[in-house]
Design a protein around this ligand. Structure first.
Ligand code: GLU
Length: 470
């Protein structure tokens, strides 16, 4: 069977960073389109001119590029589509699905007050609808500019089967006549979304469930326009580990911050996909696998919890899957920023260093921190080195260290030969590994714990090791 024609969109408002929640919405919309060989559209909802900024637009574009979520169409900007919104408003006024309303804010307040006093839900009462207007004898005040309201159906339900939440219904009686154009003529948020989804022939709207209440209004407007509403899928919010909605308090909010912190886009994609979606118990999967499985089913209806440790665990998996050379290329600028002279003559090989430490690193930053120990002078790495050394260096290890220096001065300079030299010294002096290895680590690297000491020493130049042991 050929794939149905699928068109999804990601429609962020550029009022801040591309955050984790937005990125997940983008990912789901992207993966859904890719799964069905459809089209993924990027639309920038920038009509809130007070809060939208070009920096935020750039942040969204950068974040999506970094994540590899390339749109097939767009970015489209709502601010460039104002003529189109006005045109549709004109058509609706003509068709009678929208009407002018001159109610002032004071009048609306009084209306709501009276409704509340009668124990009713406060809402616009439709008094400027053409049929009521003449009945009530309302006359447009001189010089005042009206808003335009959508004529919402009075009765029945507006219902849809949500891709995520299943059947949802709202009673039309609960929805009042929404303002679709302000008195200065500018269209309102819900209206622009509707016209865009219609014009862009969107078939699936996947978005955060903070938009559930907008959906019945949007469906009603689409129907009034003679359009078939798309399918909707409202994904639950992402919470922090404390169960609260994810916010700045929980650490990195911007997707690009994850780049800075040393996460790989593959890991972030893999992690985000599992936040609110599952494929059995599979935790680790590629982008291609995600696309092949992501058909809109298995989306969770409960909020997901963001767990940085799990993200690090996944990131570690992807770091380990990289070649040492590729890792070194990514770690090099991070070493630069730390002032670690990885290019200095006689320096350890950065790729080999990455290979040695990658098992232990959750991020590229952690890897750079760990690998730095091969460059930092022991006394700098550890201000209490002298005390630690005094505590760890048993008297019987002192001559053993001397013998080790002698062996290391003449053995071949590779891991196996260094390991053999250490072994010989241990047996000659009847010592156990930690009794020798811990002082060696402290003297050469300034820390008691490192990856295996032979591998560490082999990465250093013989000269530096002998100087530090001496
Ligand atoms: N612009 C809206 C937002 O950023 C999304 C609208 C939608 O997806 O329909 O929350």
């Amino acid at each position: 069977m050929p794939d149905p024609i699928i068109r999804t969109r990601f429609a962020p408002s550029p009022t801040g960073f591309l955050h984790i929640g937005g990125a997940r919405t983008a990912l789901f919309s992207w993966a859904y389109a890719r799964h069905f060989n459809g089209t993924f559209i990027l639309r920038i909802e920038d009509t809130d001119v007070e809060r939208s900024t070009p920096e935020a637009v750039q942040g969204i574009l950068d974040g999506m590029q970094w994540l590899g979520l390339q749109p097939d169409e767009g970015p489209f900007y709502q601010m460039r589509r104002m003529d189109r919104y006005r045109e549709v408003i004109g058509q609706m006024l003509k068709a009678g699905t929208a009407y002018h309303c001159w109610s002032t804010p004071a009048e609306l307040d009084a209306m709501r007050e009276a409704q509340r006093a009668r124990g009713e839900k406060p809402r616009y009462d439709g008094r400027w609808r053409p049929e009521h207007r003449s009945r009530l004898g309302l006359v447009p005040p001189d010089g005042a500019q009206p808003v335009v309201r959508f004529r919402n159906p009075d009765s029945g339900d507006v219902a849809w089967t949500d891709l995520v939440k299943g059947p949802i219904a709202f009673a039309n009686a609960e929805l009042d006549d929404l303002i679709i154009a302000r008195s200065d003529g500018t269209p309102t948020y819900n209206f622009c979304v509707v016209v865009d989804d219609w014009d862009m022939q969107i078939t699936q709207v996947i978005r955060g469930d903070d938009h559930v209440n907008n959906t019945p209004r949007q469906i009603n407007i689409l129907r009034a326009l003679g359009a078939v509403p798309p399918q909707y899928g409202h994904v639950p919010m992402i919470h922090g580990s404390d169960g609260q909605k994810l916010s700045k308090r929980h650490g990195a909010v911007s997707v690009m911050q994850y780049d800075e912190d040393g996460f790989l886009p593959e890991a972030v994609i893999n992690y985000l996909a599992r936040l609110g979606w599952s494929h059995g118990n599979t935790e680790i999967f590629s982008r291609a696998e995600l696309v092949s499985w992501f058909d809109g089913s298995h989306l969770s209806h409960s909020p997901s919890q963001f767990d940085t440790e799990k993200l690090k665990w996944l990131n570690n998996h992807y770091l380990k899957a990289m070649t040492d050379d590729a890792l070194a290329a990514m770690v090099a600028p991070r070493m630069d920023r730390r002032g670690v002279p990885v290019q200095a003559p006689g320096s350890p090989d950065l790729a080999a260093a990455c290979g040695l430490f990658k098992d232990r690193a959750g991020t590229l930053e952690e890897l750079a921190d760990l690998a730095s120990m091969l460059w930092i002078e022991p006394a700098h790495a550890n201000p209490s080195l002298a005390e630690e050394l005094a505590a760890q260096l048993r008297p019987e290890a002192v001559p053993a260290l001397r013998t080790l220096s002698e062996r290391l001065a003449s053995c071949q300079w590779d891991k196996a030969s260094i390991a053999a030299a250490i072994k010989e010294v241990l047996s000659a002096h009847s010592l156990k590994m930690p009794q020798l290895a811990v002082p060696v680590r402290l003297k050469v690297f300034g820390r008691a714990q490192t990856p295996s000491v032979d591998a560490m020493l082999a990465l250093m130049s013989r000269e530096v090791v002998l100087r530090r042991l001496g």
